[in-house]
Write a protein that binds this ligand. Structure first.
Ligand SMILES: Cc1ncc(COP(=O)(O)O)c(C=O)c1O
Length: 405
């Protein structure tokens, strides 16, 4: 059966498997496929009636039982980057359509000469270099496996768009090696790493380099170029609202800044703080939580986004009420003051913002709004320090504001 995803876009499930987001993507007019990295992600996507052809099992190191599951469900496309994986595939799913994951050994700096690269350097964990590609492809040939193409990932949250050029150029060289080994490749998977903040730039580099390196094959219809964007798709779909649960100031300060503590932090939905460039600068809403009252839902929101997440408020009081002080939430603005902003756990690493100028006068019960926090947020949270992992999610529209809309 032919795959039904003409966009060549396999959305990475791991960034946010929110059921409404997945449903939205499954029904998206672009006809999207999915990048799954585990048995349960595959099962989740198949349960939404996505045909197995529209899934890439994009994890080069899979448990044997997960390969058996893929075989049982006929999810054929899967990546590999080591000989042990080839033996597992041979044993459990010899009909698989294997895709070789590679990496480049050296990366060109960006146009400004900065060596800043990806927030998550996935090549530290996966991918063969070109030097080893012939040997591993010969092994695949010897085992009689069907290798259909190449995959790479430039690193998640990639600031240096030249990385796409490096990888696509290397792909063409490995493509030729594959042909010498006796494989006729048909798929080039350019992975993820895209951020909406530099998407246009990255897309420009991808298109130009594809034209230069693969133009002949593309023209003859001999290569299907696909991508696996993750954060680009899901980040804009959700906004996080979290409240100030504690304030230390004046003589109580442990550093020179006024200290605020939020109900959410790096062990819950804001693990993005590990990579400061990823967290959008917050806006602050004036709002008093009313204690000792029956919880009610918020009446208004600060965001016109399609999705909105709210933290489980200070659980000690078992209150998660947000009541506006005067009908509508007011945005704090005007004079600024230096703050440090912390998460709720007792770990000193749980810092959301080390130092920033924020509106003067933020107090207990006010709200921080972090836009575009839909990627790697809910999926990475933990129950560390006994903080419960539940939070409320409000869907504001039928459609979701993803990077694809
Ligand atoms: C194989 C693979 N594809 C796609 C993605 C999504 O990456 P991103 O969110 O940077 O677009 C990841 C992220 O880890 C990945 O490992």
């Amino acid at each position: 059966m032919e795959a039904t995803n003409p966009a060549g876009l396999f959305s990475a499930v791991k960034t946010n498997p929110d059921p409404h987001l997945l449903k939205h993507l499954v029904n998206h007019p672009m006809k999207i496929g999915f990048d799954c990295a585990s048995h349960s992600e595959v099962a989740e996507i198949l349960s939404l009636s996505v045909p197995p052809e529209d899934i890439i099992y994009a994890n080069p190191c899979k448990a044997p039982s997960h390969i058996c599951y893929a075989a049982a469900k006929n999810v054929r496309k899967m990546t590999f980057d080591n000989v042990a994986e080839l033996y597992k595939i041979k044993a459990h799913f010899p009909e698989a359509e294997c895709i070789l994951r590679f990496k480049v050994s050296e990366q060109t700096p960006d146009d400004e000469g900065s060596s800043e690269g990806a927030m998550y350097e996935l090549s530290k964990k996966y991918g063969v270099t070109i030097d080893y590609s012939r040997e591993i492809l010969l092994k695949a040939k010897e085992l009689g496996l069907n290798v259909i193409g190449l995959a790479f990932h430039v690193g998640s949250g990639q600031w240096n768009v030249n990385a796409y050029r490096d990888y696509i150029k290397e792909a063409r060289r490995i493509w030729e090696i594959a042909s010498e080994v006796g494989y006729t490749f048909t798929m080039l998977d350019i992975g993820g790493g895209f951020m909406y903040r530099n998407f246009e730039k990255a897309a420009g580099v991808v298109n130009t380099t594809l034209d230069n390196e693969f133009g002949d094959l593309i023209e003859r219809g001999e290569v299907e170029v696909v991508a696996e964007p993750g954060r680009y798709v899901s980040a804009p779909a959700f906004t996080l609202l979290t409240s100030v649960i504690a304030v230390r100031e004046g003589k109580e300060q442990a550093n020179e800044n006024r200290m605020l503590y939020l109900a959410d932090g790096m062990y819950s939905n804001i693990s993005a703080t590990l990579w400061p460039g990823e967290l959008t600068f917050p806006t602050v809403l004036k709002g008093k939580r009313v204690y000792d009252q029956k919880p009610t839902l918020p009446k208004s929101s600060a965001s016109s986004d399609s999705g909105i997440e709210m933290d489980e408020a200070d659980e000690a009081d078992n209150v998660n009420v947000y009541q506006e002080t005067s009908g509508a939430a007011t945005l704090l603005g005007g004079e600024l003051q230096e703050y440090s902003v912390w998460g709720p756990t007792c770990d000193c690493l749980d810092v959301v913002i080390k130092s920033a100028l924020l509106p003067k006068g933020i107090e207990l019960g006010d709200w921080f709004v972090f836009k575009d926090l839909g990627a790697y947020s809910t999926t990475l949270r933990t129950s560390f320090n006994g903080f419960r992992m539940n939070h409320k999610v409000y869907y504001l529209n039928e459609t979701m504001n993803t990077g694809l809309t």
